[in-house]
Design a protein around this ligand. Structure first.
Ligand code: ZN
Ligand code: ZN
Length: 373
């Protein structure tokens, strides 16, 4: 826990008056006009220490080992009594940085667009054209926001400083505070004749076309970053980044789990019993699948490396084919006769009704998922 007594340089049994005195002394020493930007950081600690130790309830909590200014700490005391930390800070520093005019050109915001892709694109990757609507540098003024032939003018209120100083009264006595100049919004310059095209913003909205490289393995939620393709900033400042968020459309046949694909293959009971070779339409074209004689319902045949490509890595997931053995439902006379004959040969006319424990495969997670398909 932070030692607030040490920060203020007082004893643990210091009186409220001693605490206040110590705080005032440090506040003057750490004022940015005296200590510079470094003082500001230290002052934050000092103000936090004072906020706790100057409040009877909070000091009591703190002495019992609870830091009431820590995030989530302190019960109920809140910032209601006395000075809130933010109040102290703003009274003291005027809430603003006192470091000269802010540049008109600022970095643009990042932009996010969504892109729908299908499973084939996610599996193999590819290039896609994308229309984006973002701010671009104004072609009329080149980004400075001035009507062509005119230029920005130094602000007469702050003389180009971007901020104004004023004397404020506070509980610390009189302090100089610095605030952004209201006349020029802190820029130090004004635009006397704004560009008609962009109203002085230096940028306009425009639709343009981009080529996006979609890597193999992207999934719903994956974001592809296109550096500096976001919107141009105010005053023609550098562009932010563009993020393309992927949304993968569901495929009619294949269900994706990670980089593996799953599908169901209905197989007649005779083929499952006798075994066979079948041709499947996969994302990689026709592929042979080998069913061994005696293939069971729910059995999974794995085609290695025919799943989705791993994102930013070599290799691909697998294609898992879940075998769904189909029992015939309508038999003609001849078929019925044949099956009866088979049952007789196998001595299965009156099967023994032996119950067996449910075997784990039947209830496996994936079977459940595919049961509804
Ligand atoms: Zn313009
Ligand atoms: Zn100004």
């Amino acid at each position: 826990m932070t030692d607030y007594y040490e920060i203020l340089g007082v004893e643990r049994d210091a009186t409220p008056e001693q605490i206040k005195k110590a705080y005032r002394r440090l506040a003057r020493e750490l004022h940015p006009d005296v200590a510079g930007a470094e003082g500001e950081e230290k002052f934050k600690d000092v103000a936090r220490a004072y906020e706790v130790l100057s409040n009877r309830d909070k000091r009591e909590q703190y002495d019992m080992g609870v830091d009431p200014s820590a995030p989530g700490g302190g019960a109920g005391a809140g910032f209601g009594q006395g000075f809130g930390f933010q109040d102290i800070f703003e009274t003291f520093f005027g809430g603003g940085q006192a470091s000269g005019p802010v540049p008109r050109a600022r970095r643009g915001q990042d932009a996010l667009v969504r892109m729908d892709i299908d499973l084939t694109e996610a599996t193999f990757g590819g290039k896609r054209e994308l229309q984006v609507d973002t701010a671009v540098v104004c072609g009329t003024c080149g980004g400075n926001g001035c009507r062509p032939g005119t230029d920005v003018r130094t602000c007469e209120v702050c003389h180009g400083q971007g901020n104004v100083q004023r004397v404020a009264r506070s509980f610390l006595g009189q302090v100089m505070t610095t605030a952004p100049c209201a006349a020029c919004q802190g820029f130090g310059t004004v635009i006397p004749e704004p560009c008609a095209e962009c109203s002085g913003e230096g940028r306009v909205r425009s639709r343009r076309s981009l080529t996006v490289n979609v890597p193999a393995g992207v999934d719903t939620g994956t974001r592809i970053k296109l550096s500096s393709q976001g919107e141009v900033g105010p005053g023609g400042g550098p562009a932010g980044d563009l993020y393309v968020e992927i949304r993968e459309k569901a495929h009619d046949t294949f269900v994706r789990r990670g980089d593996d694909l799953h599908c169901t293959l209905p197989v007649p009971v005779t083929a499952a019993a006798l075994g066979t070779v079948l041709e499947l339409s996969t994302l990689d074209g026709q592929q042979e699948i080998d069913l061994r004689p005696g293939t069971q319902p729910g059995e999974v045949v794995t085609l290695k490396g025919l799943g989705v490509g791993h994102l930013h890595a070599n290799g691909r997931g697998d294609l898992n084919v879940h075998i769904d053995v189909q029992v015939p439902t309508s038999l003609d006379e001849e078929q019925t006769e044949l099956l009866r004959k088979l049952a007789e040969l196998r001595d299965e006319e009156r099967p023994d009704p032996r119950l067996a424990a449910a075997h784990p495969g039947v209830f496996s997670r994936l079977r459940d998922k595919f049961a509804g398909r």
